[in-house]
Design a protein. Structure first.
Length: 232
């Protein structure tokens, strides 16, 4: 049974231009956050680790611009987003019902960037009432460092209506406090890494940190970063 579906239209590998558009969409949003936003987050998470750091930073900026409703100048992340699908090939991504929960069926025939952009731009097609929850899932997805497996679905499904263990939720709240984020926020990967680097620098004795406490503080910061980036 298909729970959600995303069709990304994009230039062929041999094409001289880089374009991306949206095809057929089935993105249910109830109960929140819904299987549609969960699929979009899974597609993003499955591709994001393949991107170089500069593109991951650009992705974070685009995500914020979309959430704030800013005008999106084109191209972004080296691709131009358009509505015309003439001449574009397609990639299909689905979330289907499995024996132990939702299963991601990822179409890997296209490049990574078009899939990432398709997932981001598809959020803007959702009812405005359901976009905040979808954007929270996407921010969580930017922090994933693993593969497209059961661990990914468990990591993403911990948000909103999809319950997770109290222990994991508590660990993440602790990690957010350690890095100075609000306990209910979902910081982007670039925010986590940047905050970690700054706090490690501040903890070092050469920059004012207490010599006898630097080691423990840096270990604490490292543990917090690991929890927020991998969910473990």
């Amino acid at each position: 049974m298909i729970l959600a579906e995303l069709e990304v239209r994009h230039s062929r590998a041999i094409a001289p231009t880089r374009r991306v558009a949206l095809g057929n969409l089935y993105l249910p949003t109830e109960p929140e956050p819904g299987y549609g936003p969960l699929l979009l987050a899974a597609v993003l998470a499955a591709q994001v680790a393949t991107l170089e750091d500069e593109l991951r930073d650009d992705l974070d900026r685009l995500l914020w611009d979309l959430e704030l409703g800013e005008r999106i100048a084109q191209p972004r992340l080296r691709h131009r987003f358009q509505t015309d699908v003439v001449g574009l090939t397609r990639s299909h991504h689905r979330l289907v019902r499995g024996e132990r929960g939702p299963v991601l069926e990822l179409d890997d025939q296209g490049g990574h960037l078009p899939q990432v952009l398709g997932a981001l731009y598809a959020v803007t097609t959702l009812d405005p009432r359901h976009r905040p929850g979808a954007f929270r899932l996407l921010r969580r997805a930017t922090r994933w460092e693993g593969g497209a497996d059961e661990r990914l679905m468990g990591y993403l499904a911990g948000d909103g209506a999809f319950a997770r263990s109290t222990a994991v939720a508590g660990d993440e709240r602790w990690a957010r406090r350690v890095l100075g984020f609000g306990v209910e926020t979902e910081p982007l990967r670039s925010e986590i890494v940047g905050r970690f680097r700054r706090l490690v620098r501040d903890a070092h004795p050469d920059h004012g940190g207490a010599p006898g406490e630097a080691g423990a503080r840096i270990q604490e910061l490292s543990d917090a970063k690991r929890i927020l980036l991998t969910g473990v």
